[in-house]
Design a binder for this molecule. Sequence first.
Ligand SMILES: Nc1ncnc2c1ncn2[C@@H]1O[C@H](COP(=O)(O)OP(=O)(O)OP(=O)(O)O)[C@@H](O)[C@H]1O
Ligand SMILES: [Mg+2]
Length: 323
Amino acid sequence: MKENKLVVVEDLKKHFSVAGGSLKAVDGITFDIYEGETFGLVGESGCGKSTAGRTILRLYEPSGGKVNFNGQNIFELKGNDLREIRKDMQMIFQDPYASLDPRMTVEDIVAEPLDIFNVLKGKDRYDRVVELLELVGLSEEHAQRFPHEFSGGQRQRIGIARALALKPKFIICDEPISALDVSIQAQIVNLLKDLQKSLGLTLLFIAHDLSMVRYISDRVGVMYLGQMMELASSEELYGEPLHPYTKALLSAIPVADPDLQKTRQRIELEGDVPSPIDPKPGCRFVDRCPYGDDTCRGKDPQMEEVVPNHYVSCFKVKEINQL
Ligand SMILES: Nc1ncnc2c1ncn2[C@@H]1O[C@H](COP(=O)(O)OP(=O)(O)OP(=O)(O)O)[C@@H](O)[C@H]1O
Ligand SMILES: [Mg+2]
């Protein structure tokens, strides 16, 4: 069923020049997203999730690596080819308050991608807007209103309608629910899930909290300080995390199942995430890791398929998990 890789990310890097050196926001991440899949990307604030998303869409110029979309290397595309492929890739943003222009009507917000690509006009444009509003659980009567008249959840629906306007194949959802009330979060996740099924979308779902991506993601990648620490199916990652960082993230989430809770090792994360400016080679997690020592320094660990379809980047993964 899942065989076609829609997005192939290879050794992707995005470095920013800042006072003090090179800030390695994304420092060599590799993963694929299959057509029709939801891939969850998680990690603490500042680990490079949004930068990775923006660079994949080429909203930022990459510092290295490659992104293939539907068989085309998007970093090599120019002019019209780049413009065409952009129709297929959209983004939904974290903050539904900041991402909608307060001076535009809902109609014009949702139609903006249509206008940019000059695809529909007049009545066709209007009909498409109404169709999109209905698709996200809003209606025609909302079209002439302004963003301030809507709640956070409704605004996020407007943002989703806009992202769907050009019938994209792939949508990056950058923490689309973290700014919303808990009571609304499930509604938006369910909407995205339904849309994914009915429209055959492929999603990259970014979150800082593992519990949020669990139910929506087929597979999950865990990032730390610009690098990928672990990648596996949702089930496998939650059931049997192998990287000490993932274990630590998961042990912070209470689980309802007392048997599972007992088997969980509790790992406290000590200290803050270190600076991403000119990090030393070696595992980025070493100084916060209960198992970290000199074997983990000097060179970067590589992602290794430790059990089938379960990748971990840790020098000590076998020892720690007795594999
Ligand atoms: N335009 C920029 N110029 C310089 N540094 C940047 C820029 N954008 C991001 N960074 C830095 O890159 C690192 C990664 O930031 P990014 O926003 O990608 O993290 P994130 O994982 O999305 O965090 P959050 O969960 O808070 O959204 C941070 O250290 C951030 O300060
Ligand atoms: Mg972010």
